[in-house]
Design a protein around this ligand. Structure first.
Ligand code: PMP
Length: 282
């Protein structure tokens, strides 16, 4: 596999990052994941925009223009022959002598790599649905910044696996915030409910697109907190993310949601999302 590190395309074995990199020592870095379908990037512009916002929020320098970033993404997709898969991008504050204070003159470290995921869009889970557990949300308070500080979400994923489930929905002050790596939704009647934007959740790029398509299709969207009890009483539930697109959730804490099978609203949103985003892919 060819990876990209600080201006160079290299075989993965030859790519190197300093042991003093603040991404490694402090999780002082941000990332993006963009999916690839038919060899093209899905919503690249949305990811580039959020990357800029994450960097700005952390007063981190942006080492690349959007045009350069697109070119690097395309190069890696081509060099690695990715038809379906992901491009992972990470920018950290760079290497500096270890100190909590941000260094004045560190050069950001930029790393990109691809992951081939054949069958990404034709996922069997879209037909069966996922099972989730609810866990307390113990992450820090700036979840709107897409940092590489992912230990609690990893622990949540392990808790879900230990319970024989696929993911965990995190709960704060009685309401669901989001999944470990996705935004969370319920459907009651004709209404789609998902938590409002704020510092408590990541502002999903897929979320923005799916809500736009839902409104264009005359569906009702309520952006507000919802509880696990509401989810248990919902007709449908689903998650969104750049790599899962729209994925049905059929069980929470051992209780079936609706008919315990993927529902029609979720299926329709997944179809619209994939159709429209494939058309707009770059
Ligand atoms: N929330 C969290 C915590 C995430 O990690 C992700 C995916 N990285 C999302 C939501 C979904 O965001 P997106 O649709 O931009 O992939």
């Amino acid at each position: 596999r060819t990876v990209y590190v600080n201006g160079e395309y290299l075989p993965e074995e030859e790519a190197k990052v300093s042991v003093f990199d603040r991404g490694f020592l402090f999780a002082d870095g941000v990332y993006e994941v963009t999916s690839v379908l038919g060899g093209k990037l899905i919503d690249f512009a949305g990811h580039a925009k959020r990357l800029k916002r994450s960097l700005d929020e952390l007063q981190m320098a942006n080492p690349v223009t959007e045009e350069e970033l697109l070119e690097i993404h395309r190069q890696l997709v081509a060099r690695n022959g990715i038809e379906e898969g992901l491009v992972y991008l990470q920018i950290t504050r760079g290497a500096a002598d270890r100190d909590f204070a941000f260094p004045k003159d560190a050069t950001p470290t930029i790393v990109l790599f691809t992951q081939a995921k054949p069958g990404l869009a034709d996922s069997p889970m879209a037909k069966t649905g996922m099972k989730v557990i609810s866990i307390e949300d113990q992450r820090w308070g700036r979840r709107d910044i897409k940092t590489v500080q992912l230990l609690y979400p990893s622990m949540g994923k392990m808790m879900a696996k230990a319970a024989g489930c696929d993911d965990a929905w995190m709960v704060e002050d009685g309401a669901v915030t989001e999944g470990t790596s996705n935004n969370a939704y319920i459907v009651k009647g004709k209404t789609i409910v998902t938590r409002h934007l704020g510092t408590e959740i990541l502002h999903g790029i897929t979320r923005a697109a799916v809500l736009r398509f839902a409104r264009e299709a005359q569906m009702t969207v309520e952006e507000r907190p919802f509880t696990v009890d509401e989810a248990k009483a919902a007709d449908e539930a689903f998650i969104t993310s750049a790599s899962a697109f729209v994925m049905p959730v059929v069980e929470i804490d051992g209780q079936a949601i609706g008919a315990g099978a993927p529902g029609p609203v979720t299926a329709r949103l997944r179809e619209i999302y994939l159709d429209e985003m494939r058309k707009a892919a770059v």
